[in-house]
Design a binder for this molecule. Structure first.
Ligand SMILES: [Zn+2]
Length: 171
């Protein structure tokens, strides 16, 4: 079990680059304790310059395995999805994340194969790779469907006071 000081050191060493501007993200706010559960620690990083569509600092969450001292997941939270713009942004981010999982899993499977691992572990990892690819496609579809709603948004903006949906579409 890692001490809180060890977890903090781990977090400071693994600050990710911002997915938007590629600058190093800031280590978490010292007031906020990393969330440690068993051998897993979860930390928050923020970008000094990027903002989400809702105006919040761009954040990334990283999960650490405190036993192997490795960072093993980066993902965005859903807490900032408040409307169409943020929903589109989130769906696009998830599509990108899933797609990068596919190539990482591919490398993982290749590694296992290289070191002579066969059978269930390789099969399961290959299955995970397929599922990540399918999830990536589903997120792309969600993203495309949300983008189509821009037409509706633009029409609302262009004709303020156009009336309710029922009024506009009934005859
Ligand atoms: Zn940034």
């Amino acid at each position: 079990m890692a001490t809180i000081a060890e977890v903090r050191a781990l977090i400071a060493q693994h600050a990710p680059n911002c997915p938007e501007c590629n600058e190093p993200m800031r280590a978490p706010d010292p007031d906020i304790e990393p969330v440690v559960t068993g051998n897993t620690a979860r930390a928050r990083y923020v970008c000094a310059q990027c903002r989400t569509p809702s105006g919040q600092p761009r954040r990334e969450f990283v999960t650490f395995d405190t036993q192997t001292r490795s960072a093993h997941a980066v993902f965005v939270g859903t807490g900032e999805v408040t409307g169409l713009a943020t929903a589109k942004w989130y769906a696009e981010r998830m599509a990108t994340d899933m797609t990068s999982q596919v190539s990482r899993t591919e490398m993982f499977v290749a590694f296992l194969t290289t070191v002579g691992v066969t059978g269930r572990a390789v099969e399961a990892a290959a299955r995970a790779q397929e599922l990540s690819a399918a999830a990536g496609e589903a997120w792309l579809a969600a993203s495309a469907a949300l983008r189509r709603q821009d037409t509706v948004r633009e029409a609302y903006v262009a004709v303020p006071g156009a009336g309710t949906k029922q009024f506009v579409t009934s005859e």
